[in-house]
Ligand binder design. Structure first.
Ligand SMILES: *Cc1c(COP(=O)(O)O)cnc(C)c1O
Length: 389
């Protein structure tokens, strides 16, 4: 048996050792608090689950769905974009449901990459941007997101010959892992840059609804001209706490939507219909839980950021996302520091290097753990500081 060489190009899984350590410590009865996973701990609101159960009983929904989903779901997505962002979409041509947005993000590269083509990818960044590119035979060109630039890419620093050769640019705001946000002025600059170099833009926006202190994140598609050259990926995972149900969407440029549809129609048969009905209910039903959930995350954010800054892990207060991106002291790699936290206080975090070379020097805390566990973690961190003094 000879596996394809593209598999060798996937980076080694960096967290093998840390995950093994977590397993060992737990096996020895040690209580580990896991700040590593970005997956809402709060359940899917019950009216959405009810709709899913009801739809699951209907035999119509036991059969193959269509790749491009129910017209009702595409319409509900378009209505939601209109209501939330004032963005008008044609549900027949500018909306494509996905089996979670990660699926669409991964497959999108197949629509653009010829062997050796470049995609501009943020670093640190959500791994599927670069790994999808590599699996499609392309090459990621990393755009550093630096703290001094508020974790926005510096387009002027990208050489012209690179930008001209690139086919696609990935962006993601509110940002995972840094928690940074971007305004419409940034999207305008991105569109200008993309137009100059003939690039398409894919904006990944699953965190627009996870926002604090009254902040309302914009959609990339609110920017004039966005739909001429780009799409936005969105998801029900984070907004409606539906990570386990796998439903997301791509919206925007009709040619890009059609291209991904043509790829997907050969790879999958769409989102299970009962889940599509649950998604319609989520998008059209009560939105009350969003503010409630955000209030919970905001409290956790404030509690954790205060303590992190006290113990010397400098972190900005994010306006959106449920992540805290904290700077580690000099002299450690992010993996070594994550191991130290694990061994000394039983706290698991994600080492920044897992998001790219520019992530080195940082660790990511996710706020998606229960208030009790967060409190326990915060207490361990404050007394840890005592021990080091
Ligand atoms: C969570 C997340 C997604 C998508 O999640 P799905 O569950 O696949 O919809 C996409 N991008 C980023 C940056 C994320 O953090």
């Amino acid at each position: 048996m000879e596996l394809a060489r593209r598999l060798d190009r996937l980076p080694p899984y960096l967290f093998v050792e840390i995950n093994r350590r977590i397993g060992e410590l737990r096996a020895r009865g040690k209580d580990i608090i896991d700040f590593g996973i970005g997956d809402p701990d709060l359940p899917t609101p019950s009216h959405i689950v009810e709709r899913l159960c009801q739809a699951a009983h209907d035999p119509v929904n036991h059969r193959y769905p269509e790749t491009d989903g129910l017209a009702e779901l595409r319409e509900a997505i378009a209505e939601w974009y209109e209501r939330r962002f004032g963005v008008t979409l044609n549900p027949a041509k500018e909306v494509l449901p996905l089996l979670g947005s990660k699926e669409g993000i991964g497959h999108m590269a197949l629509c653009f990459m010829e062997p050796g083509d470049l995609a501009l990818v943020p670093d640190p960044g959500y791994p599927p941007f670069s790994l999808g590119t590599i699996l499609a035979g392309g090459e990621p060109y990393f755009m550093p997101l630096k703290e001094e630039n508020d974790f926005l890419p510096d387009f002027d620093a990208i050489p012209d010959e690179v930008a001209d050769k690139a086919k696609l640019m990935w962006l993601n705001y509110p940002n995972n892992p840094t928690g940074a946000t971007a305004g419409l002025d940034f999207f305008e600059r991105a569109i200008h840059f993309a137009q100059q170099h003939g690039l398409a833009i894919c904006h990944d926006a699953p965190y627009t609804e996870v926002a604090f202190d009254g902040y309302k994140a914009p959609s990339f598609l609110q920017t004039p001209g966005a739909k001429n050259i780009g799409v936005e990926f969105h998801s029900l995972s984070k907004t409606y706490h539906m990570t386990g149900w796998r439903v997301g969407m791509m919206v925007g440029n009709a040619d890009m939507v059609n291209a991904l549809f043509r790829v997907k129609t050969n790879l999958d048969s769409g989102v299970p219909q009962a889940i599509q009905y649950a998604a319609v209910e989520a998008l059209r039903g009560s939105q009350e839980h969003i503010a409630k959930h955000n209030a919970i995350f905001q409290q956790r954010r404030d509690r954790l950021v205060t303590v992190l800054n006290d113990v010397g892990l400098k972190a900005r207060i994010p306006k959106a996302t449920f992540y805290i991106w904290a700077k580690i002291p000099p002299g450690y790699t992010s993996i070594d520091f994550a191991k130290k936290l694990l061994d000394e206080v039983g706290i698991a975090v994600t080492p920044g290097i897992g998001y790219g070379r520019e992530g080195e020097g940082y660790i990511r805390f996710s706020l998606t753990i229960s208030d009790d566990r967060l409190e326990e973690g915060v207490n361990r961190l404050s007394s840890w500081q005592g021990r080091r003094r």
